[in-house]
Design a protein. Structure first.
Length: 481
């Protein structure tokens, strides 16, 4: 593929459902993207500057009416940004359009390293489970009707097959131990007693086959246990080990380089002398890992156009994430850098608050760049809008099931943009949180999800789509490392 110029590159393209990912498409990653609508690049107005705050361009985030210029209320004067659902669809489609390369081909991964990956091949049983008749309880293996004469030697788990039982004979047995041939049933410890002559008596009726797990009860060798596309959870690791696997064939994690931009950022201590702490450097890597990525580098570049150009052109990652610099200020170098390298701009601004200056570009045939705004909550918005569907599709992870809940309180909206606001889940409703400005993290730190508020806002009791946060989803996403 020859990358088109940024000024003549593709726009957001046609919408499709970003949350419906065909597993075969995700595993193949070979379908190309031919339905993009060309459009001219228009710099995003306002938005985050190169750092983590609105340093150069006033009016960043979701300003009130008094802060917007008069023409901002007219849709035809509004920046030609991509609608929020379409932006998410474009990100997922961009990943599906990648040509398969050796780096994206399935890999063999040891069980210890497979958590969170997606199976690229069926998980077929390599043995019967259980592989021999097994005692399900501690007690006695008995043969025929009682009372029974008890052997001196018992049967323990992990030992070779014991001698067959004779009719009227019993042997002490442990849970998981191999059942002796000719065993009629397992008599639980609490259901038997020994008389003064050492003979075993049952205190309950003994049914044939009782508490014996027969060979192949769970599966037979060759049975498919899980299909391709299944997410490797802790339970899947246990099943794979039980079925005889040491490694799994899986889709590799997409590799991500994080580039933190801004001269004003401190890496330790409290803000001072006009400098502020870098909030995104510590936040993004674990969040990206929770989305299925392998973070290969986190680099702080300051406000250097040359450093950004060198970092982008030298990156071998599948995805580059930049923070800040996506607007049109004097040190906002992301757009000029993309134009300089002939990148194809797929999304240039999204109709969402906070975070509307976010962008998505194809920098190489097998590489994309997600430009996040510099304000922290705006960056989170960009992460969930563009990075999440892109990384999820590259990792062939199943899409989360969309769901809605009624809002307990009113949620103020934007006149023509979608708005994402932090909420906590209380019973069968979502409660909007305060401290939801583009530069704030206090709200999202206490949140369970982000509510998708349509243009114009939402009234109390109105259903709102929710985007779960990794630490609140109770799924594989809680595994940040």
């Amino acid at each position: 593929m020859t990358a088109r110029s940024l000024r003549t590159g593709g726009s957001a393209g046609q919408a499709e459902d970003a949350d419906e990912l065909d597993v075969e498409e995700a595993l193949a990653l070979v379908r190309d993207d031919h339905d993009r609508t060309p459009g001219d690049h228009v710099p995003a107005p306002g938005g985050a500057s190169a750092g983590h705050g609105p340093r150069h361009t006033p009016g960043h985030g979701a300003p009130g009416p008094e802060q917007r210029p008069p023409t901002a209320h007219r849709p035809d004067a509004h920046h030609k940004a991509t609608p929020w659902p379409e932006a998410r669809a474009t990100a997922a489609r961009a990943a599906r359009a990648l040509t398969r390369t050796a780096r994206r081909a399935p890999v063999s991964v040891r069980l210890d390293d497979a958590l969170g990956l997606t199976l690229a091949a069926p998980l077929d049983a390599l043995t019967d489970l259980p592989s021999f008749d097994t005692s399900a309880m501690d007690g006695w293996a008995v043969s025929g009707p009682g009372p029974w004469a008890v052997r001196d030697e018992g049967v323990l788990a992990g030992h070779a097959e014991p001698e067959p039982l004779a009719d009227g004979e019993a042997a002490r047995i442990a849970t998981g131990a191999r059942v002796p041939p000719d065993t009629t049933a397992i008599l639980r410890s609490e259901h038997g007693h020994l008389d003064e002559k050492g003979r075993l008596h049952a205190t309950r009726e003994v049914a044939h086959g009782q508490d014996i797990r027969p060979r192949g009860q769970e599966c037979r060798s060759g049975d498919q246990l899980l299909p391709p596309g299944a997410l490797v959870t802790p339970a899947v690791l246990g099943l794979a080990a039980a079925a005889g696997y040491d490694t799994l064939t899986a889709i590799p994690r997409p590799r991500v380089d994080v580039l933190v931009l801004g001269d004003e950022l401190l890496t330790e201590g409290t803000p001072r002398g006009g400098l502020i702490r870098d909030a995104l450097g510590p936040m993004l890597p674990p969040w990206l890992r929770a989305l299925g990525a392998e973070v290969t580098a986190v680099r702080r570049l300051g406000d250097s156009a040359e450093a950004l150009h060198k970092a982008v052109t030298g990156s071998q990652a599948d995805v580059i994430i930049t923070t800040g610099g996506t607007a049109a200020g004097p040190v906002d170098h992301v757009h000029p850098t993309l134009e300089r390298i002939g990148a194809e701009l797929l999304v240039d601004g999204v109709k969402v608050r906070p975070g509307h200056p976010m962008l998505l570009a194809r920098t190489k045939e097998n590489q994309h760049l997600v430009g996040l705004p510099g304000n922290p909550l705006a960056a989170v918005s960009g992460l969930l809008t563009l990075a999440e569907p892109l990384l999820r599709t590259l990792a062939a992870r199943p899409a989360p099931e969309p769901y809605t809940l009624p809002l307990r309180d009113e949620a103020h909206g934007h006149p023509y943009d979608t708005r994402l606001i932090p909420v906590v889940l209380r019973g069968d409703s979502a409660v909007p949180l305060h401290y939801n400005g583009p530069a704030m993290l206090r709200g999202i730190a206490a949140a369970d999800a982000l509510a998708v508020v349509p243009p114009g806002g939402a009234r109390p009791g109105q259903e709102a789509e929710l985007l779960d946060l990794p630490w609140a989803s109770a799924g594989i996403g809680v595994c940040f490392t």
